[in-house]
Design a protein around this ligand. Structure first.
Ligand SMILES: *[C@@H]1O[C@H](CO)[C@@H](O)[C@H](O)[C@H]1NC(C)=O
Ligand SMILES: *[C@@H]1O[C@H](CO)[C@@H](O)[C@H](O)[C@H]1NC(C)=O
Ligand SMILES: *[C@@H]1O[C@H](CO)[C@@H](O)[C@H](O)[C@H]1NC(C)=O
Length: 193
């Protein structure tokens, strides 16, 4: 019962609040190793000290914190190691109602949706999400993945030619060894006869 009351209280607080958080782009598309700027906007100007933010990335299997701001101060210890040293924010625009997160050296594992929960003291709290899709870099990858069928066949032909040459060489070596081994026997046999 108490739980339901608390839940109702929580819902009314946040639904009726006039504090609005938006995203400037609902989804972003990027390639591996590129940098990107994810942006959220909110409806008030504020002092840094009143700002609390938690931004998380959601995939089907996990949730990772990429940004945590407490009273305007970043707390990197809450950040998931996946994002360590790759997320930068802009203090100046935050007080104007824009949260910009520069994520550098993107990885395909950064794909997912990003939720920033923004709380401004005595204003309200709200959150919004956007999608990020990071695709693998288009440049050719070494070996295994890009071996084409005809390259495979060429490889096999080369292998057979190589094997053939070695077989002939081995045979020649065998024949010459046998001959050089037999010759003395012949000659000595002839001498004795
Ligand atoms: C948020 O988006 C809605 C609809 O797109 C728009 O009406 C509103 O002005 C936006 N608010 C902010 C703070 O950007
Ligand atoms: C991406 O960001 C990193 C670190 O902030 C920077 O060193 C690099 O030059 C940026 N690359 C591009 C293409 O902007
Ligand atoms: C991500 O981008 C690729 C290439 O544009 C596309 O094929 C794929 O459907 C996208 N995935 C999602 C989840 O949007």
């Amino acid at each position: 019962m108490i739980f339901i009351l608390l839940l109702l209280l929580f819902l009314t607080c946040c639904v009726s609040g006039t504090f609005v958080v938006n995203v400037t782009q609902a989804s972003y598309q990027a390639e591996e190793n590129q940098n990107i700027t994810l942006e959220w906007t909110f409806s008030t100007r504020t002092s840094l000290k009143s700002v609390y933010i938690v931004c998380e990335m959601f995939t089907e299997t996990r949730i990772s914190v990429l940004f945590h701001l407490h009273q305007g101060v970043e707390s990197p210890e809450s950040q998931d190691p996946q994002f360590a040293g790759r997320v930068q924010w802009d203090k100046d625009v935050l007080t104007e109602g824009r949260l910009t997160l520069h994520v550098s050296r993107l990885r395909t594992s950064d794909s997912g949706f990003y939720v920033c929960d923004i709380l401004i003291k005595s204003e309200g709290r709200n959150s919004r999400r956007c999608w990020l899709n990071v695709t693998a870099a288009a440049e050719p990858r070494p070996l295994t993945q890009t071996v084409k069928p005809h390259q495979k066949i060429q490889g096999i032909i080369a292998l057979y030619i190589g094997l053939g040459i070695s077989a002939v060489a081995l045979l020649a070596l065998f024949v010459s060894l046998t001959l050089s081994f037999l010759r003395p026997v012949y000659t000595t046999g002839i001498e004795k006869a």
